[in-house]
Design a protein around this ligand. Structure first.
Ligand SMILES: *[C@@H]1O[C@H](CO)[C@@H](O)[C@H](O)[C@H]1NC(C)=O
Ligand SMILES: *[C@@H]1O[C@H](CO)[C@@H](O)[C@H](O)[C@H]1NC(C)=O
Ligand SMILES: *[C@@H]1O[C@H](CO)[C@@H](O)[C@H](O)[C@H]1NC(C)=O
Ligand SMILES: *[C@@H]1O[C@H](CO)[C@@H](O)[C@H](O)[C@H]1NC(C)=O
Ligand SMILES: *[C@@H]1O[C@H](CO)[C@@H](O)[C@H](O)[C@H]1NC(C)=O
Ligand SMILES: *[C@@H]1O[C@H](CO)[C@@H](O)[C@H](O)[C@H]1NC(C)=O
Ligand SMILES: *[C@@H]1O[C@H](CO)[C@@H](O)[C@H](O)[C@H]1NC(C)=O
Ligand SMILES: *[C@@H]1O[C@H](CO)[C@@H](O)[C@H](O)[C@H]1NC(C)=O
Ligand SMILES: *[C@@H]1O[C@H](CO)[C@@H](O)[C@H](O)[C@H]1NC(C)=O
Ligand SMILES: *[C@@H]1O[C@H](CO)[C@@H](O)[C@H](O)[C@H]1NC(C)=O
Ligand SMILES: *[C@@H]1O[C@H](CO)[C@@H](O)[C@H](O)[C@H]1NC(C)=O
Ligand SMILES: *[C@@H]1O[C@H](CO)[C@@H](O)[C@H](O)[C@H]1NC(C)=O
Length: 361
């Protein structure tokens, strides 16, 4: 494969040295192997960037920010990063009308096993994986992430972004991996995640803020479930119009979850979970916790949770788990509608607080 590297790069250089417009069509600008990274700056204006078996040096970000409008980035083969204790990210992307694709069989391999120490964000510094900040009218499709050292997608300040067929497999970290969140979303709108498969050890999805967010047809295994939160104490503490649907959560601590921070303010409005299948949930099947971060203290009412709908949430929790736990502040939970809840196994909570009318634990 290596001989083609030189050829591809040459084509790319010809294209971009001719005129900037000439590079705006389909010339493939390939970055490959151990030497490819040093050429990143020279393909920045290219609209067809191919990352092929690239070996990114330790401590470096594969910086694909401020891409030209309309750029396609295709990952081929196995993209790897060298080992360093740092905070990352390993990849960063921004721009408008960007298409990021994974070719069949390709992987972005974070070699998390080199960092995992059972301590997550409190242990040695671990790089976060994939930063999509200020990425609009764009799509990320068919990407396979393997063995993430820590959190995977950080989606912030994005509008009109679809992530389809993204797979995250950090199963190897089931013993030592921690804080390996799948999709963390904040300050973003119109984000759609379709057919994701996430094998990890923390939230499958965690929505801290944002509006018009859909997660559909997903599978979450080994982690902490589909979460809204934790809410509060950030620059944006408003979540509105979120739908999780047609998804399965298994071998996870929680299934459906809203967590809001003790003593903080915010709003969680119009969150819906429907057609959700649970199995082997080890802590809470359905969990609303308004004392997050201060377990045991009385929940607080600064974050309002309104128009919270559950429909057709079914399945089983582990025998030691609790089916439903609702720990609301005195005045913060209202206008909830739950129908078709059938969670079996485990036990019923005797500690639910301030349930809105019509809701039972
Ligand atoms: C690439 O762009 C140039 C100038 O804009 C144009 O002449 C050429 O036909 C384009 N090539 C393709 C394959 O679209
Ligand atoms: C990229 O395009 C910009 C704007 O046309 C230009 O200023 C810059 O020199 C180009 N960079 C490269 C590496 O070609
Ligand atoms: C990007 O290109 C599209 C189509 O060519 C155009 O409609 C849009 O205005 C451009 N967006 C930006 C931010 O330049
Ligand atoms: C990627 O390459 C590294 C280094 O050769 C290897 O250890 C790893 O197993 C590969 N990952 C995948 C998913 O093929
Ligand atoms: C949401 O984003 C998608 C692209 O991901 C776009 O096709 C759609 O038009 C957007 N919808 C709204 C209401 O903005
Ligand atoms: C998002 O998509 C909608 C519908 O296509 C469009 O009106 C809006 O301008 C887009 N937002 C951004 C930031 O481009
Ligand atoms: C996602 O994967 C499914 C099944 O493999 C395929 O049919 C579909 O075209 C893919 N969609 C996208 C947007 O990648
Ligand atoms: C996830 O990766 C592990 C190896 O780390 C492998 O055994 C397992 O089959 C993979 N799971 C999926 C669904 O591909
Ligand atoms: C979700 O699943 C339900 C029940 O199986 C089905 O009726 C509905 O069409 C599905 N929705 C989507 C958007 O696929
Ligand atoms: C249930 O999930 C836990 C936690 O992921 C896992 O350790 C256990 O093996 C699972 N049990 C079964 C029967 O799959
Ligand atoms: C929450 O809002 C109340 C009422 O506006 C205010 O008094 C309090 O300081 C806020 N708390 C925080 C942590 O921002
Ligand atoms: C309930 O959701 C399950 C998936 O969890 C789906 O198979 C079933 O068709 C749904 N039932 C109804 C009545 O929509």
């Amino acid at each position: 494969m290596r001989p083609f590297l030189f050829l591809s790069l040459s084509l790319c250089h010809i294209a971009i040295s001719a005129t900037w417009q000439d590079a705006s069509n389909d010339t493939r600008c390939v970055l490959s192997g151990p030497a490819g990274y040093s050429l990143l700056g020279s393909v920045r204006n290219c609209s067809n960037i191919v990352i092929s078996g690239l070996q990114v040096p330790a401590g470096q970000t594969l910086d694909l920010t401020k891409l030209k409008n309309g750029t396609t980035v295709t990952f081929e083969g196995n993209t790897t990063w060298g080992y360093r204790e740092w905070t990352g990210p390993l990849v960063s992307v921004s721009g408008t009308n960007i298409s990021i694709k994974g070719a069949p069989g390709s992987a972005l391999d974070g070699s998390g096993e080199l960092w995992w120490d059972e301590k997550g964000q409190d242990g040695k510094q671990k790089p976060k994986f994939f930063q999509a900040h200020s990425l609009s009218n764009s799509a990320i499709e068919g990407i396979r992430i393997v063995n993430a050292p820590a959190h995977v997608f950080s989606i912030n300040g994005c509008t009109n972004l679809t992530l389809a067929n993204v797979t995250i497999n950090s199963t190897l970290g089931d013993r030592l991996g921690k804080n390996t969140d799948g999709f963390d979303i904040s300050a973003s709108s119109n984000i759609t995640i379709l057919w994701a498969m996430v094998y990890n050890q923390d939230d499958c999805v965690a929505i801290n803020s944002g509006t018009d967010i859909v997660f559909r047809g997903g599978l979450c295994v080994g982690g902490h479930g589909l979460s809204v939160g934790s809410i509060g104490g950030r620059s944006n503490n408003a979540v509105k119009n979120v739908v999780f649907e047609n998804s399965t959560i298994k071998n996870s601590q929680n299934g459906v979850r809203i967590k809001t921070k003790y003593g903080e303010n915010g709003t969680v409005d119009a969150v819906t979970y429907r057609h959700i299948q649970l199995s082997n949930i080890t802590k809470y099947g359905i969990d609303v916790d308004q004392s997050y971060g201060a377990t045991g203290r009385a929940p607080t009412s600064g974050v309002k949770i309104t128009n919270f709908s559950l429909a057709n949430v079914t399945g089983t929790v582990d025998s030691k788990a609790t089916r439903i736990f609702v720990n609301c502040g005195e005045t913060s939970c209202a206008s909830w509608l739950w129908i078709g809840i059938a969670v079996a196994g485990g036990k019923k909570s005797s500690k639910c607080l301030y349930l809105p009318s019509g809701i039972v634990c």
